[in-house]
Design a protein around this ligand. Structure first.
Ligand SMILES: [Zn+2]
Length: 142
């Protein structure tokens, strides 16, 4: 946990399935049975008009891209900069991409992973970390 960071809201009208899965230590995302599309962030309906239902996913992913964050950053992140941030594409949900920190183990600091080790397409596994008390979020384990 990093004190003083902006936190995502748990209060949106379509997010309950996402947060419930994170609270259980896993991931779930909205899926449209009509067209097969996956969605994140949560939304009301699919772009095709279909209804969306949450499906649990394994958290297996590939590194789609990454960036290295350099100062200036918010004061809470300054002790860790520069640090890499992943864009992970879930294996079971092609096209669904999530941003998050890269770690080797939960609790690693944001700057633990050397960006020189990263390769587009390398396997990642979601691991749930606490951004703050009661606010779980996926990090990406290399
Ligand atoms: Zn659809």
């Amino acid at each position: 946990m990093i004190e003083g960071i902006p936190l995502p809201s748990r209060e949106g009208p379509f997010e309950a399935g996402f947060w419930d899965a994170l609270d259980r230590g896993g991931l779930a995302h909205q899926h449209c049975d009509a067209c097969g599309a996956w969605h994140f962030p949560p939304r009301w309906r699919c772009h095709c008009g279909g209804e969306l239902a949450y499906r649990t996913v394994s958290g297996k992913a590939r590194l789609w891209s990454w960036t290295v964050v350099h100062p200036p950053v918010l004061p809470a992140f300054a002790p860790y900069a520069p640090y890499p941030v992943a864009i992970a594409e879930l294996d079971e949900a092609p096209g669904l991409r999530m941003a998050g920190p890269l770690v080797e183990a939960p609790g690693d600091p944001l700057n633990h992973v050397d960006p020189a080790r990263l390769q587009v397409g390398m396997p990642l596994q979601a691991t749930i970390v606490l951004l703050a008390e009661g606010v779980p979020w996926p990090a990406w384990k290399i």
